[in-house]
Design a binder for this molecule. Structure first.
Ligand code: FAD
Length: 615
């Protein structure tokens, strides 16, 4: 077996997006030796792509906003599948976390009075998103990264973690991976581990997600004995670019609609008025003229239908395209040109202006954009305790997009960046407390390290195996066509079978060339995670026989109250010795699924949900 280097820390945090950085800052602040490990360069995590803003009831634009309204919006947006305690903590703590970012140097856009400016986003009752133009994620990462490095967090960048390691008692005690630049292996021991590896979108053909979002954290957590929750609830963002093909899926931020953009079909109709659900109808304008007035008169609390929650907008676009009223490239039109001046568009939406100009040759100050749904966000993920972010595997904590619970079946825009800083901080505290309570030297099973390294190197040993790119392509096609925005039982059954077949193929892929920056090999090591999370999504979707939030079943088109009372929890029995999956991991066949009753909401929060003025 090749040699590997070793490092020992109190806490290791895997992932350097907003969640991982915030967790590392907190663990380090508690005086613990903290390492931050990430597979891309520091500062390049997917969080930099976040555009629209961070949701927090600061009340700067609408003084009547408060945590209770934010809590209610989040629960309603998630169609009540959310973990109420996470939604409560998130709404209560987000304002302090945003102000803290400001103290650490983040330069938010300002109101005339010098307060942090907040913009409208779908599903939020009040303008609530603190933002920096449409480059909020970049500013958040810049601020957190500077703080983490200045505070002395030790960074291991371009290290891809392959597996978590446990001690003889099954407590998570480290991780093993390899340096992408050299291909050399590295093992970490730690008293506790935080996972913050982000999303899962790379398993779909069209996605807004960066190359990092291969679901590694969710898969590694499952392999180490943790549970996942609500994996079927994948969010398809309503507005991704639909052409040119090379950038299909790239996000068109909700800020375009938040700042007044409207959706039209090929007949020029503003079709969203036809898709307003009953629960919103009383408050939503029923003509375009009235919809326009909402922008001038917030006191009426009227909302343009383009700002319905994302699941509603994505399904409506899908229906228009299916009805033959789509744009030339299979989307619909998003028009900001007729709503804002060219100067305002360039000032408020600079990234969108450049994105369309450079990639599609479209001037959005003069023409409409063509947009359509794209795989965007994992609402579900690793199951955690709300207060501590502890997973069901001892020693392991999880925060950020890879954790499930907060968003229920559908996340509101802006609620991810706030999730990262609220639960990133809590993960840092949880992991630090666990580490402080752990005495004695941490040991790991060296056999686990050896088997992870051998499995990672196996593609080089195999002659004539399949290309990992072909397997990945077929997985993306399967997920896009069979586990996409609208699902049916028979297609999901078919997807389950196809994922099993792809797993067999992935176990036999070959890699050639050297170990340094070898993209084919790197992809081969991503496939086990992608297959594991894809199976979880398909299996969850098959079991959730209803339509709710980000999950739509054509054969069960309505929400079912019985299904709405449970979370689907998935796991791999810790007793398994199966290593027949790709990369020597447990086969996707070993993933179990169980409906578990939702945690009971206390009466005072129930009362908040029932307030009539909520919608
Ligand atoms: P990420 O930022 O995805 O970071 C994951 C980290 O884990 C990276 O450092 C990566 O290198 C590392 N990693 C992954 N796997 C491994 C491994 N095996 N080994 C080592 N390291 C690993 N949300 C909002 O609230 N507001 C917005 O305006 C908004 N805009 C968005 C715009 C776009 C285009 C997209 C795609 C998303 C947007 N989101 C927005 C969602 C939000 O950006 C993400 O949900 C969030 O940034 C995820 O942060 P994270 O810290 O959980 O993970």
């Amino acid at each position: 077996m090749p040699e590997y280097e070793t490092h020992d820390f109190d806490v290791i945090v895997i992932g350097a997006g907003g969640a991982g950085l915030r967790a590392a800052i907190e663990a380090n602040a508690k005086g613990l030796r903290t390492a931050l490990v990430c597979k891309s360069l520091l500062g390049k995590a997917h969080t930099v792509m976040a555009e629209g803003g961070v949701a927090a009831a600061l009340g700067n634009v609408y003084p009547e906003d408060n945590w209770e309204v934010h809590f209610r919006d989040t629960m309603r947006g998630g169609k009540m599948l959310n973990n109420w305690r996470m939604a409560q903590l998130h709404a209560q703590e987000a304002p302090d976390r945003v102000r803290e970012l400001e103290e650490w140097g983040a330069l938010f856009d300002r109101t005339k009075d010098g307060l942090i400016l907040q913009r409208d986003f779908g599903g939020h009752r009040y303008a609530r998103l603190a933002h920096v133009g449409d480059r909020t994620g970049l500013e958040m990462i810049r601020t957190l990264q500077q703080k983490a490095v200045a505070d002395g967090v030790e960074v291991f960048m371009e290290v891809k973690v392959l597996r978590l390691l446990r001690d003889a008692d099954g407590v998570v005690s480290g991780a093993v991976g390899y340096w992408r630049p050299s291909g050399e292996f590295v093992a970490f021991t730690a008293k506790s581990v935080v996972l913050a590896t982000g999303g899962i979108g790379r398993s779909w053909m069209y996605t807004t997600n960066s190359w990092e979002s291969t679901g590694d954290g969710v898969a590694m957590a499952l392999w180490a004995g943790a549970d996942a929750i609500e994996m079927e609830c994948v969010q398809f963002h309503p507005t991704g670019m639909v052409w040119p093909m090379s950038v299909r899926g790239l996000l068109v931020t909700e800020a375009v609609r938040g700042d007044g953009g409207v959706l039209r079909n090929s007949d020029g109709e503003r079709f969203m008025f036809d898709y307003i659900p009953e629960m919103f109808a009383a408050e939503t304008a029923d003509s375009e003229a009235e919809g326009d007035r909402w922008y001038d008169d917030h006191a009426n609390n009227r909302r343009p239908p383009e700002l319905l929650p994302r699941d509603e907008v994505a399904r409506s676009i899908n229906s228009e395209v299916k009805a033959g009223r789509g744009s030339p490239h299979g989307g619909v039109f998003l028009d900001i040109a007729s709503r804002l001046s060219a100067e305002d568009i360039r000032r408020r939406l600079p990234s969108m202006y450049h994105q369309f100009k450079e990639l599609a040759g479209v001037d959005i100050t003069a023409e409409a954009m063509e947009v359509g749904p794209t795989c965007h966000y994992a609402n579900g993920g690793v199951r955690v305790d709300a207060d501590s972010t502890a997973t069901t595997a001892p020693g392991l904590f999880a925060a950020g997009e890879l954790a499930g619970g907060l968003h229920g079946s559908n996340r509101l825009g802006g609620n991810s960046l706030s999730d990262l800083i609220v639960f990133g901080r809590r993960a840092g505290i949880g992991a630090a407390e666990f580490a402080e309570g752990r005495t004695g030297r941490v040991t790991v099973d060296e056999g686990e390290i050896a088997s992870a390294i051998e499995a990672a190197l196996a593609p080089f040993e195999r002659d004539g195996g399949e290309s990992p790119y072909d397997v990945h392509h077929d997985l993306q096609t399967t997920m896009q066509s069979l586990v996409g925005i609208i699902r049916t039982g028979s297609e999901l059954e078919e997807a389950m079978g196809k994922i099993e077949a792809l797993e067999e193929r992935a176990a036999n892929v070959s890699a050639s060339g050297g170990h340094q920056y070898n993209p084919g090999w790197n992809l081969a090591t991503d496939l086990p995670s992608m297959l594991t999370v894809s199976r979880c999504v398909a299996q969850g979707a098959l079991n959730r026989r209803e339509s709710r939030g980000g999950h739509t079943r054509q054969d069960f088109p309505r929400p079912d109250p019985e299904m709405g009372s449970v979370n689907f929890v998935q796991g791999i029995p810790t007793s398994t010795t199966d290593t027949s999956g790709a990369g020597g991991t447990p086969s996707v066949r070993s993933i179990t699924i169980t409906p578990v009753p939702l945690p009971v909401m206390p009466d005072e929060l129930k009362a908040l949900m029932e307030l009539k003025e909520a919608y």
